[in-house]
Design a protein around this ligand. Sequence first.
Ligand code: SAH
Ligand code: SF4
Length: 357
Amino acid sequence: MTPASEIRPLHFLQKDELEERLRALGQPAYRAGQILDWAYGRDKRVESWEGMTNLPAALRSALAESHPISLPEVVTVSGSKDTTRKLLLRLRDGELIETVLIPASPALYGEESDRRTLCVSSQVGCAYGCKFCASGLDGWKRHLTADEIVGQVLLAEKISGERINNLVFMGMGEPMANYDNWLRAVSILNAPWGVGLGARKMTVSTSGLVPRIRDLADQPLQIRLAISLHGASDEVRGQIMPVNKKHPVEELMEACSYYCERKKQMITFEYILIEGVNDAPGEARLLAERARGLRAKINLIPYNTVDGLPWKRPSEDVQEEFLSILLGRGIAATIRREKGHDIDAACGQLRRRMSAG
Ligand code: SAH
Ligand code: SF4
């Protein structure tokens, strides 16, 4: 019997860990390549050890015990092809998470009309309690393991029959608070023996965990960074994002600047427009200052309503004025027109419940 502490699902393992395990079992090194090809190869993706027909049966059963294949179970798929689809997934312990597939939109992305984005969850619930966000409403339950993060991509590709070519870690949870699992998942998703998705095709969004932003800056992976800013001053940001007390705006800006220098990359500020909270012209001017220093791009997101929360989005006139202040100061800014609002799959609408749809 394998001790419980040594049971690690196959999709949690890095290649070298699998090789080491095979060595311990007296197996030749090429077995790792065979197994990973069964697990991640485009035309394979088997979901049981029995399916790996070129492995000796005794080896299959030894590995099945210590490294089970246990992808989440797809409970429902809402939406349809060509629209935003939301997959409700059940994890080993019965917890539910969602992952959202956003199809190409020539209107949004122009030339890049074959873009298929997956919005991936990183935790069950979220501990950061931003005042406007559905994911934080029910609190934090647990981290996702790396295989549960990788599994979302495998299942989305299986259900859609298409390759995901853009990943955003903007689903439920705070990826940077689950840094080790998240980074392990990223490296499996990126690896040529794994899913093989370029790091530049992945964007991680964080509410501003400064030490982790610096850690990520020191990693060689060229992953993109988006900051959930939502307020350019401590007064405004502090009102809606408790994390701002621990890491105020200045400190966050310094970490962003460190990231940009290390990676030689530009970052994005996400800024939800909430009526009467952060949509004043003065806040737009300060936001422009913050962005200019870093040459950051700004993604304005009109607030998506959340049941049980009082906030709403400003009028289109106010949105446009906010945008024009940024553009007038030479800042690269856009307003994101949301997809998936009707199936509660838009930003900030993901929560731990069996939703309708
Ligand atoms: N925890 C990370 C990753 C989740 S990303 C983060 O906060 O960055 C989810 C994105 O949706 C964040 O930018 C978040 O601020 C935004 N969001 C949350 N609630 C929203 C809402 N009701 N309408 C629009 N965007 C929202
Ligand atoms: Fe958590 Fe991000 Fe929602 Fe804040 S915005 S509660 S950090 S998921």
